[in-house]
Design a protein around this ligand. Structure first.
Ligand code: NAD
Length: 434
């Protein structure tokens, strides 16, 4: 089949490379000329494990190419997949402008019976808006479907090749069959549903995971009031199969390109349909307020940031990615600096600009360094924020600077408190009393 993927971001590039690996003829299309020039040379403009190799292999095989030209990309496509961004609008609802712009741009070139698939995360009801954008400009009959994406950055290639399920939201047998055929090599369970159900399933999946994170953060806050340790609690509840021991991450709250945006969008959608008191509205509020609450706690425990040297470990929003969208570093470093600290940042992959960290170009009190040791050597506060393997496996006990008090803020509960306390650190975790 001829497949075109519109939007060559995290989702689009991975999807395009994976569909090409099934032997389809795939074109990746983007309006970003710079991105397309890089992709043409098999350079992935962001870090994602195993993606460069897959991309280069499919380009070498002649199955995958990239362009900025809509006519060239659409005119022969049997399936057109829209994978452009859907950021939150100021009112929190999904901003569909990129989806609708790409729908308008593709419409004049659609061949008869082509299927336009929306893979971007969008609220129920979006296909009607896409149809309204395409209909005035289209010459031929076409079909619409919704196939949401569930990949995780950092393991996107693996997740796309081995999905737990493929959810196909369509309204005709012909479309279900063709999209099932496209995904057949994945050998994954296929869930055939209405488009609205597919769209709700995507929001429900992310809202559930975000709620789990919020739930355990609430338990952690209570643990701090009574001497319990949230990690003990997690161990104890995990034996119940209905609860499970996986995916409990007490910490600074959820971040990244999807959870904050998707929960905000679901909350805004809830308000728009008259369900303003529901759980998702509250989850969004709690997560938004969490960083302030924890920064207050840390500030009190260390006695303020004035003149403190801070080693900030982990700049991306999670391990195995250099994505800075909604990363805690973008919200914390500038506050510490405003409060008088100086910060050395470390990350194995992410190299954010000062602007990405919301710092002025003239800022002298922030610098990124190449090693954990260099960041920590003179630090008054070691602030471990992202569980990169390089960080969690590091022997902090061995580099303890005995000449000064050093606080160790373990913002993801990745370390054994007693080991750090024995080494002489003043340990501060989440939901753990020392
Ligand atoms: P992204 O911002 O990395 O990439 C979007 C791309 O679309 C950009 O390269 C942009 O230039 C391009 N684009 C915008 N308008 C265009 C147009 N009119 N024509 C052609 N290209 C255009 O976004 P992403 O992270 O890949 O996310 C894409 C969608 O997938 C979003 O709806 C997101 O919520 C969803 N999603 C993302 C993830 C993730 O982990 N990143 C996971 C699942 C679902």
């Amino acid at each position: 089949m001829n497949v075109t993927v519109i939007g060559t971001g995290f989702v689009g590039v991975v999807s395009a490379a994976v569909y090409a690996s099934f032997g389809h003829q795939v074109i990746g299309l983007d309006v970003d000329q710079r991105k397309i020039e890089l992709l043409k040379q098999s350079i992935v403009p962001f870090y994602e494990p195993n993606l460069t190799e897959l991309l280069a292999e499919q380009q070498k095989n002649g199955c995958l190419s990239f362009t900025t030209d809509y006519q060239q990309a659409i005119q022969d496509a049997d399936i057109v997949i829209i994978a452009v961004g859907t950021p939150s609008a100021p009112d929190g609802q999904a901003d569909l402008k990129y989806v609708l712009m790409s729908a308008e741009s593709l419409a004049p070139f659609l061949k008869p019976d082509a299927i336009v698939v929306v893979k971007s995360t969008v609220p129920p009801g979006t296909l009607a808006k896409v149809r309204a954008a395409i209909d005035p400009l289209v010459k031929n009959s076409y079909h619409l479907a919704s196939v949401p994406e569930f990949l995780r950055e950092g393991s996107a290639v693996h997740d796309t090749l081995h999905p737990n399920r493929v959810v196909i939201g369509a309204s005709s047998e012909q479309v279900y069959e063709k999209l099932e055929l496209l995904h057949k090599p994945l050998q994954a369970p296929v869930v055939r549903v209405k488009p609205e159900s597919a769209q709700m399933a995507k929001y429900a999946a992310n809202a559930y995971l975000a709620t789990r994170i919020t739930f355990i953060n609430q338990i952690a806050d209570l643990c701090e009031k009574n001497g319990a340790d949230v990690e003990d609690v997690i161990q104890a509840i995990g034996f119940d199969e209905r609860v499970g021991s996986h995916y409990w991450y007490p910490g600074l709250g959820y971040g990244g390109s999807c959870f904050p945006k998707d929960v905000k969008e679901l909350a805004a959608y809830s308000r728009a349909v008259g369900e303003s008191g529901n759980l998702f509205v509250k989850v969004d509020e709690l997560n938004t307020a969490r960083l302030d609450r924890l920064m207050e706690k840390f500030t009190t425990e260390i006695g303020g940031w004035q003149d403190k040297k801070v080693a900030f470990l982990g700049l991306s929003f999670k391990p195995n990615t250099d994505d800075m969208r909604e990363a805690p570093s973008t919200k914390i470093i500038n506050r510490m600096i405003a409060a008088g600290a100086s910060v050395l940042g470390y990350d194995p992959m992410a190299k954010p600009t000062l602007a990405q960290l919301n710092l002025a170009e003239s800022e002298q009190r922030y610098r990124q360094v190449e090693t954990i040791s260099e960041a920590c050597h003179e630090a008054d506060v070691i602030f471990s924020v992202v569980e990169w393997p390089q960080i969690v496996s590091f022997e902090f006990a061995a580099i303890r600077n005995q000449a000064k008090q050093q606080w160790f803020i373990d913002a993801r509960n990745q370390f054994e408190p007693q080991t750090l306390i024995k080494a002489g650190y003043s340990y501060i975790g989440i939901g753990r009393t020392r």
